[in-house]
Design a binder for this molecule. Structure first.
Ligand code: CP
Ligand code: NVA
Length: 308
């Protein structure tokens, strides 16, 4: 059966834990090597990853490209605007053709339904590089970063501040799989997807929405935020004023545990969702988090090919 990675639950908690371990081992094994040098075992030698971008990307694009090279394979990066997909060729036909030419497909798109359709018609693994609904690859890197920095996932108190977006949906999904709790501080009207909340709660995770930012952060082990305006939502006006109380600043960070870590998937907007003193301060691990996109993508690639 073809393994797709559209959401974290496609893999499940045990596989996500195995990915984190695999990423840590492989990262340690190639410490200080040139980034373009393949890992000694090159486990995906001769494999070709097709990447389709219907939205902008820096980290996802580069980390998958470098990641597949380190695994011994190669990639083809396509912007939908320069593909026939952008001129009306169907998602199904694109899936059929790329399945004959490539070994896996990573796509960043808007409507999550599109990636589900791609997976339905593809004979090769399809990986979610972000949709409007979720961003599972980001969360594998985030969990790896937390574990690397000494946090045990079960029972962890993760506070999210700001917009209830795709990244938060995947954090909530991870909470159910890895048994941690999410305390969400967001204004009314910007809640995360209710089906992700219900699934995580059914799996035993605590997922609570607060309208008061200090309550959300109180005693947290990790504080996370993201842009207030996700790609494709630039038309949503009057959001800034509602979001401003949920800005992550020094006063808010003081409500969290003294050893709390700060995460942000990036790109960041200093002065909006986070103040420079936090993202550029001692509790921030955002550059480790960004680097870990490479190590996480490699483990995701190995998982879809049945190597984990
Ligand atoms: N965090 C993340 O996905 O970054 P990019 O949009 O640059 O890929
Ligand atoms: N929530 C953001 C994440 C960017 C990596 C967006 O969808 O634009």
């Amino acid at each position: 059966m073809t393994r797709h990675f559209l959401n974290l639950s496609d893999a499940g908690g045990d596989a996500v834990a195995a990915m984190i371990n695999d990423a840590m081992d492989r990262k340690a094994a190639r410490k200080d090597w040139p980034k373009g040098k393949a890992d000694a075992d090159a486990p995906l030698a001769d494999h070709v990853l097709a990447m389709i971008f219907e939205k902008s990307s820096t980290r996802t694009r580069v980390s998958f490209d470098i990641g597949i090279r380190q695994l011994g394979g190669t990639s083809i990066v396509m912007d939908s605007g320069s593909m026939q997909l952008g001129r009306g060729e169907t998602v199904a036909d694109t899936a059929r053709v790329l399945s004959r030419m490539c070994d896996a497909i990573m796509i960043r798109t808007d409507d999550h339904g599109k990636i589900e359709e791609l997976a339905e018609y593809a004979d090769v693994p399809v990986i979610n590089g972000l949709t409007d609904l979720s961003h599972p690859c980001q969360i594998v890197a985030d969990l790896l970063t937390l574990v690397e920095h000494g946090k045990a996932l079960p029972g962890l108190e993760v506070a999210w501040l700001g917009d209830g977006n795709n990244v938060l949906n995947s954090i909530i999904e991870a909470a159910g799989l890895m048994k941690f709790n999410v305390r969400i501080g967001c204004p009314e009207g910007y809640d995360p997807d209710s089906s992700f909340i219900a699934a995580a709660q059914n799996a035993g995770a605590g997922v609570t929405i607060f309208r008061d930012e200090a309550e959300a952060v109180a005693g947290a082990d990790v504080v996370v935020t993201d842009t207030w305006v996700s790609m494709g939502q630039e038309h949503v006006h009057n959001k800034m004023a509602a979001m401003m109380p949920f800005q992550v600043n020094d006063v808010l960070m003081e409500q969290a545990k003294p050893d709390a870590l700060f995460l942000h998937c990036l790109p960041a907007h200093r002065g909006e969702e986070v103040m420079p003193s936090v993202i550029d301060g001692p509790q921030s691990v955002v550059w480790d988090e960004a680097e870990n996109r490479i190590h996480a993508q490699k483990s995701i690639l190995r998982w879809v090919f049945g190597q984990i």
